[in-house]
Design a protein around this ligand. Structure first.
Ligand code: 5GP
Length: 190
């Protein structure tokens, strides 16, 4: 999506080879008009896929996921991060080990918001190593819902997330793909 690429060129900050800061329009301050356009773009891409719900992991995926859900007129489910490991029969639960942040957390989803009949689109801000998306897939699959695909605003294609998901047969739709980065340098794929 040209609009997002232009915004990244203008306001994105490549901190180093791995981290892109987009705090001024996605992660800290949000540009609602751009976010709305990105939500519409995602909705348009998946329009023939009978999506019944959008799912995201709290918290940075909520803004794009909400805009996509609104454009599709379907509910948004937020997969919740919790520190505790108390088993609860009303929840699907999975433990996520974050290698990047070197922490463990529990990801949870109430059973009442999902069923085997659902067609779920996962939406997140970034796809990097694919840890978050893999955990979301694991959790959502517990309900036997169909996963229609994953949409992200920015894919860092030089990291393994894309390949991890595509090798499981999951469609990955990214509005901007970054092929290479270094301090103050961003090269887009295509
Ligand atoms: P993963 O490595 O699991 O694909 O990425 C997990 C999460 O880390 C993403 O949803 C995103 O919130 C955050 N993240 C990963 N890489 C970046 C980055 O370069 N910049 C920012 N701002 N967040 C990132």
């Amino acid at each position: 999506m040209e609009l997002l690429k232009e915004k990244i060129k203008q306001d994105g900050i490549a901190v180093n080879k791995h981290i892109l800061k987009v705090d001024s329009f996605i992660n800290h301050q949000i540009d609602p008009m751009l976010m709305q356009e990105m939500g519409k773009d995602i909705a348009d891409h998946f329009k023939d896929r009978n999506i019944t719900k959008v799912a995201t992991i709290e918290s940075s995926g909520i803004a794009p996921a909400l805009m996509a859900a609104a454009a599709m007129s379907v509910p948004l489910i937020i997969l919740k991060k919790q520190p505790s490991k108390i088993l609860n029969q009303d929840l699907y639960q999975t433990v996520v080990t974050s290698f990047t942040k070197e922490t463990n957390y529990e990801l949870t989803l109430s059973k009442k918001y999902i069923s085997a009949e659902d067609h779920i689109l996962i939406v997140d801000d970034f796809l990097a190593n694919g840890e978050a998306a893999t955990a979301a897939l694991r959790l959502l699959r517990m309900s036997h819902a169909t996963i229609a695909g994953i949409a992200v605003l920015i894919e860092k294609s030089f990291q393994p997330g894309h390949e991890k998901l595509v090798s499981q047969g999951i469609e990955v739709y990214a509005l901007a793909r970054i092929a290479e980065m270094s301090e103050n340098y961003i090269k887009f794929q295509n």
